[in-house]
Design a protein around this ligand. Structure first.
Ligand SMILES: N[C@H](CCC[C@H](N)C(=O)O)C(=O)O
Length: 337
């Protein structure tokens, strides 16, 4: 179906599609509207407005970033509030009609409950749900804030609490993701059971480990993570009634060199190329089950490796990995209508 350009004026107009017989004639492009055939319904006001003005109107710039392919739309909301509704978040995350991402991240003013923090990071999944933690996004935002301030360390507030991030070698960032927990109350399980041996009745999650890294994860240790039908089992596990707020689901196997291979079905986002909190959870689960020793471990995700250290003594999990910025842009106001 050929696309036709409305006559250009004030910086260009919206592109609309015509039926096959309605490609714009020469006369239309010369502004002769007599032969112009458009739908009989007039366009709504903001759709008539030149695209450039509509985008200036929204004034909402964003940065597209990712950590190992787990991708984010990052909006700096410190001077101009941005609090998308679930529906707006879903549209923004949509890879066809929006910008497209796994999570929408807002950088907000610091909150009093996180003394010493530089900013607060809001996290919304692609399905519009607000969540507590996002490891890959924490590295991305921490890097932005450290570059902005010219520092090597930053404290970032999240719903899971304050997180300390530091520059690591090269372009990497190390984040102290806080204390991992396998406590049933922290995992908010809907009925009493042993978080170290959860039977979700669906292999391989019929003997799984529940781990909280600020957000809930259920981890299945398997002989070969590549061979699990995660697209089939993931959504069922995500919505299992043991987790009233749903759950992230990971499968993990130990590789001959002692590193881990992990794949993830993320709550509210589906299969992603990487999940920082998930990588923390699988190391904790593998150590608890005696599958690996408690030492810094490389976790290989679809998008690449993360270095995870479940520190003895305080049970904090340190995650080190890369950060990337892909492009910046401005949101058209129709996206937020
Ligand atoms: N990709 C994120 C995890 C997002 C977690 C989210 N899917 C949830 O509902 O908890 C990470 O790097 O940790």
């Amino acid at each position: 179906m050929p696309l036709g350009l409305l006559p250009p004026s004030e910086g260009g107009w919206e592109i609309r599609a015509w039926g096959s017989c309605q490609t714009p004639s020469e006369s239309r492009l010369n502004g002769d509207r007599s032969k112009m055939r458009t739908s009989d319904r007039p366009l709504p006001a903001f759709r008539r407005r030149p695209i450039t003005r509509a985008m200036e109107q929204s004034g909402l710039t964003f940065r597209k970033m990712h950590g190992l392919g787990n991708d984010f739309v990052v909006v700096d909301a410190r001077t101009r509030p941005f609090d998308p509704t679930p529906a707006q978040a879903r549209r923004l995350a949509d890879r066809r009609v929006g910008v497209g991402c796994d999570q929408i991240i807002t950088i907000e003013p610091p909150r009093p409950e996180h003394p010493g923090s530089t900013a607060f990071m809001g996290i919304r999944n692609a399905d519009g749900g607000t969540v507590e933690a996002c490891g890959n996004a924490t590295r991305c935002v921490a890097r932005l804030l450290m570059d902005e301030a010219g520092t090597d360390r930053v404290v970032l507030g999240t719903l899971a609490g304050p997180l300390i991030a530091e520059r690591a070698d090269g372009d990497s960032v190390r984040v102290d993701m806080g204390r991992a927990s396998t406590d049933a109350a922290v995992l908010d399980l809907s009925h009493p059971c042993d978080p170290l041996h959860l039977d979700l009745r669906l292999p391989p999650f019929n003997d799984a480990v529940g781990v909280s890294v600020g957000n809930p994860h259920v981890v299945a240790l398997v002989p070969d993570a590549e061979s699990v039908d995660l697209r089939g089992t993931g959504p069922i596990i995500e919505h299992h009634d043991l987790f009233p707020d749903r759950v992230n689901a990971e499968v993990v196997s130990v590789r001959p060199d002692g590193s881990l291979r992990m794949r993830v079905w993320e709550r509210g986002a589906g299969i992603t190329r990487a999940c920082g909190t998930g990588a923390c959870a699988v190391v904790v689960a593998a150590v608890i089950r005696g599958a690996i020793p408690r030492q810094p471990t490389t976790v290989m995700l679809d998008g690449g490796p993360l270095r995870i250290d479940w520190r003895a003594g305080d049970d904090h999990v340190l995650m080190t990995g890369p950060v990337a910025t892909v492009f910046t842009g401005t949101l058209h106001e129709s996206l937020l209508s």
